[in-house]
Design a protein around this ligand. Structure first.
Ligand code: ZN
Length: 509
């Protein structure tokens, strides 16, 4: 017999699956826009995406969703087991519905309009190194984000407005929880970096100076991504200016990479990174696609999957044991003069610089900490946009020991703030921290991963990730997933062990 409440749950699930079909269609159009769409198609594409966004918002805020949720939440058979399929779906759908309905439509529209213009002004100001041009737009973005935070709310006793924004990217992430792992990470990263910079020895950069034909690079990175487990029967690899991975369904994953003749390491790193995202999406449970139980946990956990394949695997000595012969197979004499040590070392050069997206594994996190600290100050009004360049440059001098020559290579380098994405950056470093801690646990349970990697056997690690992380969908929030998988809260220790264990021997410090 079908009870009234069962019907409400079924109707709710049916409805969110329909919303998800619209979302995945938009995602496919977005992928096409970055890869294949002819330039003149832009105006029409913008209308298509706007129409889908409007329909999605209408369906998400449909008053029936609130009624179905209310009925389901009153039925203890659906909610009494907090980690059951129905309880998890209801928990996450309630969160989505509340978020979608808490913002007044006028603010949603104003944010969309202002950020669309701000993105354009940012791009022009960045080209011209003209912070004064970008400043009023950034000011408006910050102000609208402060209003947005007021609508969502935050813990007035222990929290701050930044928390309300960060929660959109990572459920439960707060400035305090981020600082709790960032502070000890920074305290240990800075001395490591000082030692490395003071060292008279270090790896050769020869690998990063090779010129290798792009056609061969394409075949090479595809081969590696297939070997680590990206399933090309259920996904594609194409090219775009900024690599990304978009999932429309676990059986249709679109990822992109980029190629430069003189930087095969960038193409390989980008491809392994996006493959990590893709392997996660391909590992989500097919029966639950379209519902929270079939979705990834959040940005930090997603990023942990990409970083693990890129860094813990792709920059390890064992990986290069397997991959060096492969390089020779694809590029022949061009790489013959390099030793395995040259290649492994070249993949792990540490060099503090101005640009986040070009940063190495060790200094990358300092770029993120600077942005995190500045965002908090902007949001709580302690830093005005007038003083942003000065604050930025001072932090770069202090943390990375570099002088910022201009705002284009300084506080205007990233697109995020112009898009209104405040609270996003820390998910990158959180991803690095999660990756290191998950990887240590995988190694403890699976045994000698190095021997497996050296033989090109990546299946045990992939299966471990499938079982422990991917198959759960959104069952656990990030912090709970970490506790569930490793038995410990997130800590800076595993990432520091990973970096120190690798970089100190390479730099003789
Ligand atoms: Zn990523």
């Amino acid at each position: 017999m079908i009870t009234a409440t069962t019907t409400a749950y079924d109707q709710l699930i049916d409805h969110v699956k329909q919303v998800s079909l619209l979302g995945s269609t938009a995602s496919l159009l977005g992928w096409d826009q970055e890869t294949l769409m002819p330039a003149r198609g832009l105006a029409h594409r913008t209308r298509q995406l706007a129409q889908l966004a409007k329909l999605t918002h209408q369906m998400k805020t449909d008053p029936r969703v609130g009624e179905w949720l209310g009925e389901c939440e009153a039925d203890s058979t659906l909610t009494s087991e907090p980690l059951s399929e129905s309880a998890v779906n209801l928990r996450e759908l309630r969160r989505d519905f509340d978020k979608a309905t808490k913002l007044p439509e006028s603010l949603v529209v104003e944010l969309a309009e202002i950020t669309s213009q701000a993105k354009h002004e940012w791009a022009e100001a960045r080209k011209a190194n003209d912070y004064a041009r970008f400043k009023p737009w950034l000011e408006k973005v910050v102000e609208l984000n402060q209003q947005k935070a007021e609508c969502f709310g935050w813990d007035r006793d222990t929290g701050e407005s930044w928390d309300a924004l960060a929660d959109n990217f990572e459920a439960g992430m707060t400035a305090a929880s981020v600082a709790e792992v960032f502070t000890p990470l920074r305290e240990r990263l800075v001395p490591l970096l000082d030692d490395i910079l003071g060292s008279k020895t270090g790896p050769s950069n020869a690998f990063n100076e090779l010129k290798l034909p792009i056609d061969q690079q394409k075949a090479f990175v595809k081969d590696v991504s297939e070997a680590i487990g990206f399933d090309y029967a259920r996904g594609r690899l194409d090219e775009s200016t900024h690599p990304f991975c978009s999932g429309t369904h676990c059986n249709d994953i679109r990822m992109t990479t980029r190629f430069h003749e003189d930087n095969v390491n960038d193409a390989l790193g980008s491809t392994m990174h996006e493959s990590g995202h893709g392997i996660y999406e391909q590992g989500l449970p097919e029966a639950h696609i379209g519902t929270p139980m079939g979705q990834s946990v959040g940005l930090s956990i997603h990023e942990s999957q990409s970083r693990m394949w890129e860094n813990q695997v792709g920059r390890s000595k064992a990986f290069w044991e397997w991959c060096c012969p492969k390089l020779a197979q694809f590029f022949g004499d061009a790489v013959a003069m390099l030793s395995k040590d040259d290649i492994y070392g070249g993949a792990n050069i540490v060099s503090p610089g101005l640009i986040r997206v070009e940063a190495d594994e060790a200094t990358y996190n300092l770029h993120i900490m600077i942005r995190f600290e500045i965002e908090r100050l902007l949001m709580n009004g302690e830093l005005g946009v007038d003083d942003l360049p000065g604050a930025w440059n001072a932090k770069y001098a202090e943390y990375l020991k570099v002088d910022v020559p201009n705002d284009t290579r300084g506080c205007m380098q990233d697109i995020h703030w112009s898009m209104g994405a405040i609270g996003y950056f820390p998910t990158y470093t959180m991803g690095n921290l999660y990756a290191a801690q998950f990887f240590e646990q995988a190694a403890a349970q699976l045994g000698d991963l190095d021997t497996m990697f050296a033989q090109g056997d990546f299946t045990p690690l992939r299966h471990w990730l499938n079982e422990n992380i991917h198959a759960h969908g959104k069952r656990y929030r990030s912090a709970d997933l970490m506790q569930h998988v490793t038995g410990k809260p997130l800590s800076a220790d595993p990432l520091m062990r990973h970096l120190e264990g690798k970089l100190r021997p390479l730099y003789g410090v």
